[in-house]
Design a protein around this ligand. Structure first.
Ligand SMILES: NC(=O)C1=CN([C@@H]2O[C@H](COP(=O)(O)OP(=O)(O)OC[C@H]3O[C@@H](n4cnc5c(N)ncnc54)[C@H](O)[C@@H]3O)[C@@H](O)[C@H]2O)C=CC1
Ligand SMILES: C[C@H](O)[C@@H]1OC(=O)[C@H](O)[C@@H]1O
Length: 266
């Protein structure tokens, strides 16, 4: 925003550009993570891509290179503190900084509560929650040193309303929403913004099997005021807003991108 010598703003529209920003995206090999990584590159960012499958990451990187931006493929299991630390250090060594972290990687095992095994519990907790906290710690140290940074975590409407898609998954997403608030509180003094996005259904490999079932899709649309499944660019837009200067005074919030589903009552 431009300001004249009288303290009046001559320009009231902040930038939505991510030009020259360095962004780390987890789970960038497919689905929402790939869409956000490419969309942020379209907005001018260079992107470090973290997931387990190198081939998937290289495909995402190819899209980013075609946009004229840099992409750095870093095969990383984000449930491993060692792998996270190595990858974060590698990004800083390569790009000199990190401006934004997108905690996207996640998974679900849709078991009924009485059928959840200890292994299932641990896998979902490690992948969705512990990983996001560990990488937020590692990147947060860097943000504190540079006195700036943004964290955007992909939670879910499942963290706010009760869904039939698994109690453990829901617990991790609710925890991510609360983690967002507490980190925003603790790190605001270091000029670090911490926010979440809460998607409803989007077509990705995670939901592909569910969204092939016409009856299931009808059930989704019945509780979705906009009466349609979201398109991935409609999730990228809110993520770019939070990442850009336009979102600089937003922190501790969860932006639900859900076709109105969260407010659906009867
Ligand atoms: N697709 C949807 O309808 C919704 C998705 N979400 C959330 O959005 C995020 C992305 O979901 P989708 O793109 O649909 O899923 P997806 O299954 O298509 O992609 C998940 C990504 O996370 C990566 N990943 C999983 N475990 C990992 C690990 N241990 N280390 C590194 N990378 C790992 C996968 O390799 C993949 O690239 C997840 O957190 C999910 O819970 C939330 C609400 C709705
Ligand atoms: C909206 C949920 O997050 C959605 O439900 C599922 O079963 C998938 O795991 C998605 O994450």
């Amino acid at each position: 925003m431009a300001e004249n010598n009288k303290g009046e703003f001559t320009l009231y529209l902040p930038s939505f550009s991510l030009k020259n920003k360095v962004i780390v995206v987890t789970g960038a090999g497919r689905g929402i993570g790939r869409a956000i990584a490419i969309g942020m590159a379209e907005a001018g960012a260079d992107v470090a891509l973290l997931a387990r499958t190198k081939e998937d990451l290289e495909e995402t990187a190819c899209h980013i290179h075609n946009k004229g931006r840099k992409a750095y493929v870093l095969p990383t299991d984000i449930t491993s503190r060692m792998e996270i630390t190595e990858s974060v250090e590698e990004v800083i060594k390569t790009f000199g900084k990190i401006d934004i972290l997108v905690n996207n990687a996640g998974m679900n095992i849709r078991s009924q509560a009485l059928e959840v095994t200890d292994d299932e519990w641990q896998k979902i907790m490690d992948t969705n929650l512990k990983s996001a906290f560990m990488i937020s710690q590692e990147v947060g140290k860097h943000f504190k040193e540079q006195e700036s940074g943004k964290i955007i975590t992909i939670a879910s409407v499942a963290g706010h309303v009760a869904l039939r898609t698994g109690v453990v998954y829901a617990a991790t997403k609710a925890a991510l929403i609360q983690m967002t608030k507490v980190l925003a509180l603790e790190w605001g003094k270091y000029n670090i913004n911490v926010n979440s996005i809460g998607p409803w259904y989007f077509r990705t490999p995670l939901t592909e099997s569910l969204l092939k079932d016409e009856e299931y899709v009808n059930d989704i649309l019945a509780v979705t005021p906009l009466k349609r499944i979201g398109e991935l660019p409609e999730l990228v837009g809110p993520a770019v807003f939070l990442a850009s200067d336009a979102g600089n005074y937003v922190s501790g919030q969860t932006l639900f991108v859900d076709g109105g589903m969260k407010i659906q009552g009867f």
